[in-house]
Write a new protein. Structure first.
Length: 130
């Protein structure tokens, strides 16, 4: 997600990357240095950030959401495969990639079934002409 260019094309600027893993802190990704999640409050104040994105494993997503809320984040985009709870006044949008794939699979199956119906319909029409 850190290197995703679509955000900037739509006017969204990634201002910071944070992690809890000491081995990752200090690493650079796409021009941003990964900082400790302990710095999140300072980062939010410094950049007046209002939106945070969670891309963690499900086991740590709630802790990250809680840290975001404490830091002043008011909207969260959650990619973790788990529901998180936040206080009133904080918005959460959950992106479940498995659900998105299921939706695409449904449409692919629907297109195939419609093509089959059309093909069989033409075959029936051809038989009636003979």
């Amino acid at each position: 997600m850190a290197g995703y260019r679509g955000f900037l094309r739509r006017g969204f600027r990634t201002v910071a990357l944070v992690d809890i893993d000491p081995a990752k802190i200090g690493t650079q990704i796409d021009g941003l240095t990964i900082r400790s999640i302990d710095e999140l409050g300072d980062i939010v104040r410094e950049h007046r950030a209002a939106i945070g994105i969670i891309t963690t494993p499900s086991a740590s997503a709630q802790d990250v959401a809680d840290a975001m809320v404490r830091a002043g984040i008011r909207s969260i985009l959650n990619f973790a495969p788990v529901m998180i709870t936040v206080p009133a006044g904080v918005s959460v949008r959950k992106v479940d990639l498995a659900v998105e794939l299921q939706i695409l699979t449904y449409y692919e199956q629907r297109k195939a079934a419609l093509a089959d119906v059309r093909r069989r319909g033409r075959a029936v029409a051809d038989v009636r002409r003979t």
